[in-house]
Every structure is written in structure tokens, then in C-alpha cells.
Design a protein around this ligand. Structure first.
Ligand SMILES: [Zn+2]
Ligand SMILES: [Zn+2]
Ligand SMILES: [Zn+2]
Length: 257
């Protein structure tokens, strides 16, 4: 199994429009961060986590094959803004199955009304055939050959989902997690988790130190940080500031597990 980090940037992406800082001007591809999304693969089974506004560009880097499921973490634009861009997959592979919590499904129906006509009404011609499937935390779902376990984390006051695949956990946009959740993360070898920047606390995202603390508590062997701002600094230099076993992710990074 492997996971490809399609994007490791925060909601603005990096470079930030109009910013002239050394990170935003950097020519190192590792300093260019599209909005956070990932592709998990196990044999022929392919699972996309989130489909934000950069998803078209991100999927152009991948072979054009069926996507068995899109797992949505939450309704923010940087995670769902690219759903319509899955159209070629819908048309070629007979629709795309999207898994989300009930309130996220309701949000998607409001955001893309032409994709989700009322019962009995035809789909707007050419619109993507997205089938919504309701999921809940702690209820295992089976997608192709893979078992997926949704984890509950908090994005400020908004409950959202992280996902566990075998011994890898993927968590984005987390600020806090209840102590009771750690029992589901026991034995995780790889943790992919958000860290916005080094300092200046944010109301809905954890900082680097917070992510390291969570990683230590879980006991992960390898921790990869995602959903990063330009304030992290130049990728190669910033990476040297992290303790052993922790690294900043970068776009296109492939992590076997
Ligand atoms: Zn986000
Ligand atoms: Zn910048
Ligand atoms: Zn968010």
C-alpha cells in the first residue's frame, strides 16, 4: 500500500497570491504546495482523500484509472471545491462514490445543487454523477480490498473526520482530539497530520509542536506534516529543525505503508 501526497498546502496554497517572501519566490518544487489532498492505493483500489480546488492539476500527475472512493474530511472549500472536476472519472468509470458525514453531504448538496437534483428529477446534462454515501466515525467501511476506519477530530468547534488505513492514519485540519480517540490510533506506524506553522496559535489548526505531541502520544514511527503555510519556511531548511521521525511533507511525496 502507498499514499501519495497530492497537496500539502494550507487553504491559500503556497505560493500565496501577492506574497514575495523567500518561500513564495522559491524555485524548489518542494516549496510549492497545492491544497491538501491525498491518494491511497492498494493494488487496484484507489481512494482519494478530499477534492479541493487544485484536484484537476493534482490528478493530471496520476494515471487516469478508476477512483473507488472519495473520502471527505469536511466541507471547507479547500477540501471540496474541486468535486465538479471529477467529471471525467464520472463519465468514464460510471460515476464516483463520495463518502462523507451527513452534514457534509447536506453542505455538498447546497454547494453543487445541479449535481444532486431532488428525487425523481433528472441530472443536469453533463453534470458529474457523484453518489453520496453517509459515513460515521468509528464505523469501518470496506472500499475495494481496503478497510477504512474514520476517526473523529475537532477543527475548532467543528467535528470532522480523519481516516485510518491499516497502520497509517491521515488527519488534516485538526485542532484537538479527545483522549478517547487515541485507542483507535494505537500501533499506528505512520501518521500524516496537519501543522499550520511554528508559532502564532490558530483557532482551528494545530501548530508544529502540537502535531509532534500528538504523534508522540500515538507512538508513530514516522510522522509527516501537511496543510502547511509559507510561514513554515523553506522546506529543506525547515525539515532540519524537526526531531527525528518527523518531517514536512511535500507535493508528490509517495509514502509506502
Ligand atoms: Zn483545510
Ligand atoms: Zn510567502
Ligand atoms: Zn478546514
Amino acid at each position: 500500500m502507498k499514499i501519495t501526497l497530492l497537496g500539502t498546502g494550507t487553504s491559500n496554497g503556497v505560493p500565496v497570491l501577492g506574497c514575495q517572501c523567500e518561500v513564495c519566490r522559491s524555485e524548489n518544487p518542494k516549496d510549492h504546495r497545492l491544497r491538501t489532498a491525498a491518494l491511497v492505493e492498494d493494488g487496484d483500489t484507489r481512494i482519494l482523500i478530499d477534492a479541493g480546488p487544485d484536484i484537476r492539476e493534482q490528478l493530471l500527475t496520476q494515471p487516469f484509472r478508476k477512483i473507488n472512493a472519495v473520502l471527505v474530511t469536511h466541507i471547507h472549500y479547500d477540501h471540496v471545491g474541486g468535486m465538479d472536476d471529477l467529471r471525467p472519472y464520472c463519465h468514464r468509470f460510471n460515476g464516483v462514490d463520495v463518502y462523507a458525514e451527513e452534514k457534509v453531504m447536506a453542505g455538498m448538496r447546497r454547494m453543487l445543487p445541479y449535481c444532486f437534483p431532488p428525487e425523481g428529477m433528472p441530472l443536469y446534462p453533463g453534470a458529474p454523477e457523484l453518489s453520496l454515501h453517509k459515513i460515521e466515525p468509528h464505523q469501518v467501511l470496506k472500499i475495494g480490498d481496503m478497510e477504512v476506519f474514520p476517526i473523529r477530530v475537532m477543527h475548532d468547534k467543528m467535528p470532522i473526520l480523519g481516516y485510518r488505513f491499516h497502520d497509517l492514519a491521515y488527519i488534516t485540519d485538526m485542532k484537538t482530539m479527545a483522549d478517547s480517540e487515541y485507542q483507535y490510533l494505537n500501533g499506528m506506524k505512520t501518521l500524516i497530520i496537519n501543522a499550520l506553522r511554528w508559532d502564532k496559535p490558530h483557532h482551528s489548526h494545530q501548530l508544529v509542536d502540537d502535531a509532534i505531541r500528538v504523534s508522540r502520544k500515538i507512538g508513530a514511527e514516522r510522522t509527516v506534516l501537511i496543510h502547511l503555510t509559507h510561514e513554515i519556511g523553506l522546506h529543506d531548511e525547515a525539515n532540519k529543525r524537526l526531531p527525528r521521525g518527523v518531517e514536512f511533507g511535500y507535493d508528490g511525496q509517495v509514502i509506502p505503508f
